[in-house]
Design a protein around this ligand. Structure first.
Ligand SMILES: Cc1cc2nc3c(=O)[nH]c(=O)nc-3n(C[C@H](O)[C@H](O)[C@H](O)COP(=O)(O)OP(=O)(O)OC[C@H]3O[C@@H](n4cnc5c(N)ncnc54)[C@H](O)[C@@H]3O)c2cc1C
Length: 315
């Protein structure tokens, strides 16, 4: 009879479950999988990252649950490898170890004032509103009128959308109860999404962008000058742009033509803009932004180059 392979999978996010699923799919050997997770609950960032109003995406958990139902699968929650169990222990008891522990670290902006109170990473805010046990005691001051979200990818759009939604919209999701209550008291009026490159280079997807046009009590604004493309970008749009990029530009154009209807909140898209300093007395009071321009690298790719600091100052 073939040997039975005992595999330890560390981490229960998508990578861990798909690895386990693939192992069970092959027919050559008998496989037993033990999955170790430092949290009491499985599914990694599908539970703690994906936005609570995106239940369709979260439904991927059903696939993972089916994998977990395999009789040769065991789940050990609340076990941190490196703290509760060491690598040497794993190697003694398993034929192979798969590390699928995700990427918990943030990339810092590297600008002065980033560590002031009131400046947070998306990891902290997202984990907080998703009820992640490591972050549920965090406090976010939602008494300010303006919030700046730095970066314009799908995670930034998630954060801006959660900040912009009404209590009634959020109450329909599986957002953590304490976050629902804290956001109910939010005084935010303007949410600024700040992207260092142009609309053509934005990393969000059209579906996420379109959701901003459907917010119950928030207008979305893009100034027409934010969508003006230089000759190089115009050529890329016409010749090489992906369908998603073309759709993004179409939607942004539609948004730029919409008139503001006087809703309680506004979400602003700023392209070709970077923060250079966050300042204030012990807490965030001011952010200094600069305008960028795109330049073509020698290899043909487009990068951003800061063109002016003082002139483009927005405080
Ligand atoms: C805010 C946000 C929104 C997102 N939205 C989407 C989306 O809409 N659609 C989409 O496709 N993707 C989305 N993603 C990306 C997606 O969540 C990740 O690509 C995916 O979860 C990565 O899977 P992973 O298994 O590599 O890591 P993770 O999901 O991070 O899982 C790693 C797991 O390992 C555990 N772990 C870490 N260290 C140890 C240890 N020492 N011992 C035991 N366990 C450990 C962690 O607790 C965690 O559960 C989003 C991500 C974020 C942050």
């Amino acid at each position: 009879m073939n040997k039975c392979w005992k595999i330890a999978v560390i981490g229960s996010g998508p990578a861990g479950f798909y690895a386990a699923g693939e192992l069970f799919r092959q027919k050559s050997w008998e496989i037993k999988v033990d999955m170790f997770e430092r949290l009491p609950t499985p599914f990694g960032l599908v539970r703690g990252g994906v936005a609570p109003d995106h239940q369709k995406i979260k439904s991927v958990q059903k696939i993972y649950t089916r994998i977990a139902e395999n009789e040769n699968f065991r789940f050990f929650g609340n076990v941190e490898i490196g703290r509760d169990i060491l690598k040497a222990d794993l190697l003694e008891h398993y034929d192979a170890v798969i590390y699928s522990v995700g990427s918990p670290a943030d990339r810092e902006l590297g600008i002065p004032g980033e560590d002031l109170s009131g400046s947070h990473s998306a990891t902290e805010f997202v984990a907080w509103y998703n009820g992640h046990p490591d972050f549920c005691d965090y406090k976010f001051d939602l008494s300010a009128r303006n919030a700046f979200v730095i970066g314009i990818g799908n995670v930034a759009l998630d954060v801006a959308r959660i900040l912009a939604k009404t209590h009634e919209e959020l109450a329909k999701t599986d957002i953590a109860d304490y976050a629902l209550e804290a956001l109910r008291a939010s005084q935010l009026e303007d949410i600024w999404l700040v992207g260092r490159r142009g609309p053509l280079q934005a990393a969000f997807s059209p579906a996420e962008l379109r959701e901003f046009m459907e917010l119950a009590d928030a207008d979305v604004l893009v100034k027409k000058n934010m969508l003006e493309l230089d000759a190089e970008s115009q050529q890329i749009l016409e010749m090489d742009a992906s369908n998603d990029t073309k759709k993004n530009i179409e939607i942004l154009m539609q948004i730029s033509k919409k008139s503001v209807s006087g809703k309680k909140r506004r979400v602003h898209f700023l392209f070709l803009t970077s923060p250079v300093e966050i300042s204030g007395n012990k807490k965030v009071e001011k952010i200094t932004l600069v305008r960028n321009q795109l330049v073509k690298r020698k290899d043909g790719s487009i990068s951003k180059e800061e063109i002016r600091i003082e002139k483009g100052r927005i405080e």
